[in-house]
Design a binder for this molecule. Structure first.
Ligand SMILES: Cc1cc2nc3c(=O)[nH]c(=O)nc-3n(C[C@H](O)[C@H](O)[C@H](O)COP(=O)(O)OP(=O)(O)OC[C@H]3O[C@@H](n4cnc5c(N)ncnc54)[C@H](O)[C@@H]3O)c2cc1C
Length: 334
């Protein structure tokens, strides 16, 4: 294992939108910045060919946007090491942080954690094959609903996100069928009532099927139907649709951080949501891996920017780490 003796000002874990957004700001502020990325830069958004909700671009493809973000960060001196999976971090006695990858060890004054999340999968046949909005499987209604204007879609899930996204889909699709494996939703009562009210309207385009699971997503070149099974009666049907939206949760990529920072029961990194500080001084968090994240491209980039801005405050005065957000938010307090 090679140990670099060079001291970085900031090491960013993850080269997705949050990590690249952070790197642009830290490197432009002349902080020696290194991004450690386990695969190639880009993260989740590199798998999509059409983004319509990133401010400033009417439409752009994921890889194209990432190339611009990466070039911009590198033009100010940010270094990116690909194929470098971070496996552990340790806070040293002198206040610096040791970051270990499978092959190398680095030392840095600060860290921005941006390892992102993955959508939880149903794990049924056809899900991977049709995984793109173009082919019909999506995990983000906010991102992809407009591509299903006047089409028929099936949504899967029963929590807050599933209900919110289903209501959003119903503004675009001609028919939305929400399937849920139980006989009642886990979502808040307010949201559940709103959904039920909408489903009960005359000529509603919203249908709810309880006690129902999807066992396969089917089609030739794109989604044409989904195989549904009623878990109580065991009855199966082929249900026609143009798309399947899966809202069964997110899995943050934070297993390697257990014991280093605090995580929620679901694995999201705990932080103060104003300045994105974790419990470890000098370690910030940004993007989809943090508690309360909006799970959007623009907010991930925005998080990266916030963390990079706050890093300067920490370098100026390490005691700032322990200040409560509410004190700092007093007018003139920051
Ligand atoms: C198909 C698809 C389409 C989408 N479309 C839209 C859209 O149209 N609009 C929108 O706003 N949002 C969209 N999103 C959501 C958006 O992509 C995410 O909100 C955003 O990518 C989150 O950025 P992030 O940097 O926090 O995490 P990620 O994008 O997940 O990036 C994290 C990076 O960290 C790396 N990493 C993880 N663990 C480690 C480790 N231990 N060591 C080193 N590197 C590590 C990963 O390889 C990855 O590159 C879409 C998502 C998907 C999957």
């Amino acid at each position: 294992m090679a140990k670099e003796t060079k001291l970085y000002d900031c090491i960013i874990v993850g080269g997705g939108p949050a990590g690249l957004g952070a790197a642009l700001y830290t490197s432009r502020d002349r902080f020696k910045t290194l991004i450690l990325e386990k695969f190639m830069p880009g993260g989740q958004i590199s798998t999509t060919d059409r983004i319509e909700n990133y401010p400033g671009f009417a439409s752009i493809d994921g890889p194209g946007l990432i190339e611009k973000l990466q070039k911009q960060a590198e033009s100010f001196g940010a270094q990116i090491k690909t194929g470098s999976e971070v496996t552990s971090l340790v806070k040293l006695g002198d206040g610096n942080i040791e970051v270990s990858c499978d092959k190398d060890i680095y030392i840095t004054r600060s860290v921005i954690l941006a390892p992102g999340s993955d959508y939880r999968k149903l794990g049924v046949p056809g899900e991977t094959e049709f995984r793109s909005a173009g082919a019909g499987v999506s995990y983000c209604g906010t991102c992809d609903a407009p591509f299903f204007k006047d089409k028929e879609v099936v949504a899967v899930g029963g929590g807050n996100t599933a209900l919110e996204e289903t209501l959003h889909l119903s503004k675009f699709a001609s028919k939305v069928t929400l399937i849920h494996r139980r006989d009642e939703f886990r979502a808040t009562r307010v949201l559940t009532e709103e959904l039920l009210q909408k489903a009960n309207e005359p000529d509603s385009n919203l249908i709810i099927k309880y006690d129902t699971i999807a066992t396969a997503i089917q089609g030739k070149d794109r989604v044409e139907s989904v195989k549904l099974k009623n878990v109580k009666s065991g009855q199966e049907e082929d249900y026609r649709c143009d798309g399947v939206f899966i809202f069964v949760g997110m899995v943050p990529n934070t297993g390697f951080l257990k014991g280093f920072v605090d995580l929620t029961d679901n694995g999201f990194i705990k932080c103060d949501c104003a300045y994105l500080r974790t419990k470890v001084p000098g370690v910030f968090v940004a993007g989809d891996c943090r508690v309360g994240a909006a799970m959007q491209l623009a907010t991930a980039v925005g998080d990266g920017v916030v963390a990079a801005m706050m890093l300067k405050q920490y370098f100026r005065d390490p005691n700032w780490w322990n200040e409560k957000v509410s004190d700092i938010l007093q007018p003139g307090g920051w």
